[in-house]
Design a binder for this molecule. Sequence first.
Ligand SMILES: [Zn+2]
Length: 372
Amino acid sequence: MFYSDHDMAIRCCRTPDGRRTVAVWALYYDTFKKIPNKGWLPPITPTPPPYEICTFKAKGRGMVATRDIGFGEIVINERPVLMIPFRMPRFNPLNPWRDMEELPLQMLYQLEQEDRKKVVRLHNCKSLDNYGPLGGIFMTNALSFLVADSRVCKEYAAICLTISNINHACLPNASYESDAETVVFTIRAKRNIAKGEEITLAYIQDEGLSTAERQDLLQRKYSFKCSCELCSAGAVSDERRKFIRTTVQSIDSMFDKWNELGLDRAARTNEAKRLSKTVEELLQAMDEEGLHTGRKISIELCIAMYAILGDTKSFRKWINRALDSEAMKGRDASLETVKKLDGMLDDPSSYLLWDSLDAGLPERTSTNNIRV
Ligand SMILES: [Zn+2]
C-alpha cells in the first residue's frame, strides 16, 4: 500500500516463466508504477561478447576486449541486478550507508544464489568500520541509473554483475548510458578499441581537474592510486589542461581583437592564420585530454573568420572540422546542426557574414553572431 509518491517499494523481477529472479530494485512509487511487473527477458547484447572479465595482478578484475571494437559499437547491454535510490533522505544523514545496509541485504537475499555470490564477490574498497559490507560494495561498484522524468528521485545506484567489474581510467575508452524504459545499461566504445586492450569507464566527472586533484578524489572515493595513461603523463597532462583552459577562456577576446583590425585585409588574413593554428593545437590537446568543453565555439571562431574573409577553402575546412566534432558525439549528435553545416558546405554564402569585410562589418560583430 502506497501513501505517497515518496514511498518506496521493492520490485522483484522474474523470468517470464516465473522460475528465476533476475533483479531486485527498490524504487520510489512514481518509478515503481511505470516499470511493469512482467516477465523479464535478458536484454539483447552482442553475441559472442566482444570482451572477457580477467584478473589483473595489480588491480583485481577488469574487462578486456577479445576482438577489435569500433567507435560507437555496443560492448554490452546489461540489466542491473540490484538498484536502490542514490540518496535516501529518511536515513541518518551522519551515516546513511550503515543504516542502509538492511535494505540491500533484504534485496540481496531475494536474488538467485549464483547471482548473490557474484554480488558479494565484487570489490569493496571501503572499510567495514565505516560502512556495512553491502554499502561498501554499492559505494565501490554502483553505476548511476537515471530516471529523468521522475519527480521524486532521478538517480539510482545500480549494481550489474558484469559491468560493475569495469575499471576506471581518467581518459576512458568506453562510456555508459542507462535507459529508464527498458532498465538497461549500455556500454559503448568512445573510440576504436584494439583486441587485448582493457575496456575502461570514468568513475568521476572530470571537469579539467589536475592530475593531483583527480588522484586525490579517486583515493578518497575509491581508495586507489590511479596509474592510467593520463595520470602517468602527470605534468605534461597538467600543462595541456592549463593550455586548454586559458585558450578556451580567451576565445571571445581573440575574436574581438581580430575584429579590431578593421578593414586591413592583410592583417586580418595573417591573424586568422595564427588564430586557426592555435585552435588546431587546442583541438589536438582536447583530444589528448578527453576534455571537449569549448570545442564548438573555438571551431566557430575559425569558421567566422574565414567566412568574413570570403576564403572558401579554409571556410570549408573548418566546416568539416565542425562536422567531425558532431560525429564524435555519436548518439548525441544534433541532426539539425549537421544539416545546417552541410548547407554551408554546399553554399558558403549562406553564412550570415559571408565575405562581409569589404562591405564593412555590422556595427558589432560579437561571438554571438558566429554561433552555428
Ligand atoms: Zn588516472
